[in-house]
Design a protein around this ligand. Structure first.
Ligand code: UT7
Length: 328
């Protein structure tokens, strides 16, 4: 089998129609627009409708990415959905997307790596393309987190939003290529640092509702510290691994969890903050969807351009992290 290059051939995104501003939240929980903006950078977020499933958002983002790649759904060989808010435990969200978009020749599965899920998914796609077994892999980050938010908990309810982003990873191109990645995990810290316990094998009974286990809970301070340390670490690792320096980087597209985490990472890395794409103000934290949505927006705004050397970097529950070095 021949070795091939993999590259990003299409990008798409989709946000639900209903929007919730910080001012709206002021009426729901003890918070203020001023606190949310100054502590996180978030101004608004999108909320999926009651009947809207994660696969619905993923389907729309996928169709936009496939159109952008200039291929037909039948040419997709594999569909990977990164999410911690799947439609259901079984079957996978990815098989629903396969049906919805008519990707009749694709295998399909979900992966669970929280906010790092999109990077993990991209690394899987990269393997199948460079070893020559596949031509087009669809990687989607899609979440309906607001369905798992306790709106009375101000520690979490102000932070999250819903959305989906997707890319098509394809074989060969004129110079554009995925250069490589860094992935990591550390399961030692308490799961309580960032957890959605209900529905899994540990919490299956009446305790789910009684103990509010069906809602996301977080130790914001610990996750904040983790993010500030791991973002620069994983970016430095991937950049060095492929013989580049921080000066070679045109654009960093980080997971959008908190503007202050991104700013702190920029200082540690000594990369100007202007080289970091930030859109958390519009969408809040959409977990696995945040990086592909940011890629879509950055390209629309002509901030992401052909030939750019970019780094994608994420971190999240688990703990997990990952970065991806790309010549776009
Ligand atoms: O995708 C990865 C997962 N998520 C993250 O990466 C999030 C990481 N963590 C964070 O972004 C930050 O820790 C938060 C935004 C969650 C919190 O920011 P902070 O600067 O760490 O605030 P804090 O928890 O230290 O709270 C400061 C104060 C407290 O009041 P006192 O004790 O100083 O009187 C909180 O009670 O702010 C209060 N507070 C709020 N006030 C208004 C906490 N949440 C709110 C709120 N509105 N929503």
């Amino acid at each position: 089998m021949e070795n091939s290059n993999s590259y990003i051939s299409g990008i798409g995104s989709y946000l639900p129609s209903q929007m919730l501003t910080n001012k709206d939240l002021e009426k729901m929980v003890d918070t203020t627009d001023e606190w949310i903006v100054s502590r996180t950078g978030i101004k608004k977020r999108y909320i999926s409708a009651k009947e809207e499933a994660t696969s619905d958002l993923a389907t729309k983002a996928s169709l936009s990415a496939i159109e952008d790649a200039g291929i037909s759904p039948n040419e997709i060989n594999m569909i990977i959905v990164a999410t911690f808010t799947p439609d259901m435990m079984l079957p996978s969200t990815a098989t629903r997307v396969q049906k919805n978009i008519g990707a009749n020749n694709a295998s399909a599965f979900d992966i669970s790596a929280a906010c790092s899920g999109f990077i993990y998914g991209l690394s899987i796609a990269h393997q199948f393309i460079i070893n020559g077994t596949m031509k087009n892999v669809l990687v989607i980050g899609a979440e309906t987190i607001t369905k798992y938010v306790d709106w009375s908990d101000r520690n979490t309810s102000v932070l999250f939003g819903d959305g989906a982003g997707a890319v098509v990873v394809s074989q060969n191109s004129n110079g554009a290529k995925i250069l490589g990645f860094n992935l990591g995990a550390n399961g030692n810290p308490p799961r309580e640092w960032l957890m959605l316990a209900g529905g899994g094998s540990v919490n299956r009974d009446e305790n789910i509702l009684k103990g509010k286990k069906n809602f996301i809970t977080m130790n914001g301070k610990e996750i904040f510290k983790f993010g500030v340390n791991i973002l620069p670490a994983t970016i430095t690792t991937v950049v060095k691994k492929y013989g580049l320096t921080n000066e070679d980087i045109d654009l960093v597209i980080p997971h959008q969890a908190n503007r202050r985490i991104i700013e702190a990472a920029a200082v540690i890395l000594n990369i100007p903050i202007q080289k970091f794409y930030i859109n958390i103000d519009r969408y809040a934290n959409t977990s696995a969807a945040s990086i592909p949505i940011a890629m879509f927006d950055a390209r629309k705004e002509n901030i992401l351009n052909k030939g750019d050397i970019i780094v994608l970097a994420g971190f999240g529950a688990g703990l997990t992290w990952g970065s991806m070095l790309i010549k776009y």
